[in-house]
Design a protein around this ligand. Sequence first.
Ligand code: GCV
Length: 607
Amino acid sequence: MNAWLNRFPLSVPESLRTPEEAARLELAHALPDCSVTLESVPAMGDGFCLFREKSGYRIAGGPAGLLYGAWRLIFSLTACEELPDRLESAPRYALRMINCWDNPDGTVERGYSGSSLFFRGGKLDYNPERIRVIARLMASVGLNVLCINNVNVHFPGQLLLEDDLPDLARLAEIIRPFGIRLMVSVDYSQPMRHGIPTADPLDTRVQAWWAETASRVWRAVPDLAGFLVKADSEGRPGPFTYGRNHAEGANMLAEAVRPFGGVIVWRCFVYNCRQDWRDTKTDRPKAAYDHYAPLDGQFASNVILQVKHGPFDFQVREPLSPLLLAMPKTHLALELQLAQEYTGHQIDLYTMMPMWQEIFEELPDSAIMSVAAVSNWGDDANYTGHPLAAANFFGYGLLCWDPHTDPRRSTELWARLTYGFPAEQEKKLADCLLSSRRTYEKYTAPLGIGWMVTPHDHYGPNPSGYEYDLWGTYHKASRDAVGIDRTEKGTGYLCQYPEEIRKKYEDPASCPDLYLLFYHRLPYSFRMKDGRTLVQRIYDDHFEGYAETEAMRETLRSLPFPEEDRAVILERMDRQVHNAREWCDIINTFFHRLSGIPDGQGRTIYE
Ligand code: GCV
């Protein structure tokens, strides 16, 4: 099962060399009766123009643009979408990246679809056929950069730049005809493996090592996109050890890769992960802004700062990271997570496009230049574990091309290409997918609070699991109140935003409900806008979320999925219903015990 590519089966010959050849091949297989002319216009880059002509179609485009145009035509004709006589299209973002968190031993950090597609037994070891499927999936939705290894680089991950370089070069060759460039996560302290006693970015021996390494690596993989770096984060080495800031650290690497047209993608996920929960001054969501905003303008032009969409870490609901609004002189990339780390492990249904739509509504068009998402693939037969999780991958590609893509359009298109149901059933499936995020949100952590998950594993409820720990992820629920005051009077987090955003959230009376407990500490008796008390709203959401999950199971049972998908979908749906019940019971009991306030509707809450 290759998700939507099932419709377009193709065995790719090893002789394939260029995206233009790939475009011809895809068109010949998917639309054998359609006459399509390709016109190469290198200056159009990744863009294309699709013309409807008397005798067929013409696609003009740059090298990869022809392939993207071909897919656009294939999708539209297969899905019976109306095409204008002339359709000009170009991606909004330069780098449209997938970040795999795959480890050399074949495990995948936060992976829920089996083992790695790239690594086994400490080295690159893959099935080229499956890599081609992944490359076709990426190209079909316009994605162009693939980082294959975990940002947490542990030995022997460093060997990708050393002994395993020839294997890396072979992998690059496989994906190149699909317009996809490789990227590699690197260990900031890697020079120390080679007799250099430091990784200080201002040390000339360190600079020389990286320059020599870059030249060797780009000789092997001339179109390598660049290096991805997690530094000074969750125990990874970085420039802080040497009293250097992250501009100094990133610029040193940028200098090394500049001659080859490479970029340094530098992650901004930097915070104190050894916090004492009694310390009320430190507020983790403030960390990224505090570290990076003062450095705006100091990064080299080939450094890209990659910022997670929210200030915490991929919770079900987070506000937009204020850092994304604070660095106008820096090339920023937005980081999303397809892997369902906090959102149901690809067991629970969680379609992300509505969440991303909210992010892009708040993000000014000029704020970012690139996008990355943590992959949700593995070597499961269907690649994404849950067959319906493929909709997220598809939607992500469309969104990188056009951030204003309507979630319903991408979801319905995905459903049509994948299953080809009659219209009414397609709508039922799309409705189910599009509402799944709110449902999941209702039965898990309430009103923007996050972090009530089982520690480390991050599946299932544990309201106090992260409460007294070191990670800075507290809700401070007491007998009277819950939440953290992040306004000016509290931790001051809200002051990191421009005025109009601050205003929207600073008053609990007008703050949108779903963000209420992210920004405010409130008593359980607080009156919500609809007149319910805060605690009643928490009870209601949890009961509702559970009920919606049961209804979702009924809908999915009624749909004519192919048997192999049906079995997996329904088995996972049963587990989701169980999970939702558990969340509902545990969270409601937690707040009932603390507050002593009974449910206004007299439903069962266990003591
Ligand atoms: C790759 C969270 C995840 C980690 C991940 C980290 C990151 O902390 O739980 O698994 O590490 O984010 O984004 O670097």
